[in-house]
Write a protein that binds this ligand. Structure first.
Ligand code: HEC
Length: 117
């Protein structure tokens, strides 16, 4: 008898946890992208406005270029933001979370051709 009640309680708790995650996960992703957009405007847009590259034009942030240079992943973008490369400075003041947000934003924009498709 006790066993049944316990099972029922566990079952309800698991269901609530799953529903909770389904409900809030999209909100969390949206918030990250919003934060990423803000960080991009403050830190990257000077050289990468609209997904371009004002310093080395070929190395822009559009999907074909990212794929060509092996940059079409969260890891690759995060690494470069953290460590810099050639004329691109490193961003020591950005936390790991902030770098993840801005990298997610870059990938999502690349997927939608920076609003041009
Ligand atoms: C001062 C100018 C400058 C700023 C600011 C800057 N970048 Fe860059 N970025 C560059 C240059 C130059 C390159 C090309 C580096 C190379 O490979 O020689 C580059 C390359 C990249 C690439 C690879 C593009 C490709 O097609 O291979 C990504 C991704 C990137 N930057 C993201 C960012 C992000 C995100 C930020 C902001 C946190 C940022 N950059 C800020 C100058 C800048």
């Amino acid at each position: 008898m006790h066993n049944l009640v316990l099972r029922f309680v566990v079952c309800v708790l698991v269901s609530v946890a799953v529903l909770w995650q389904l409900w809030f996960a999209p909100v969390a992703i949206a918030a990250d992208l919003e934060n990423g957009a803000r960080l991009f405007g403050a830190n990257c847009a000077a050289c990468h406005a609209g997904g371009s590259n004002r310093v080395v034009a070929a190395k822009n942030l559009r999907k074909p270029a990212l794929e060509q240079y092996g940059m079409y992943s969260l890891d690759a973008i995060s690494y470069q933001v953290r460590n810099g490369k050639n004329a691109m400075p490193k961003f020591k003041k950005l936390s790991d979370d902030q770098i993840a947000d801005v990298a997610s934003y870059v990938l999502s924009q690349a997927d939608s051709n920076w609003g041009k498709s």
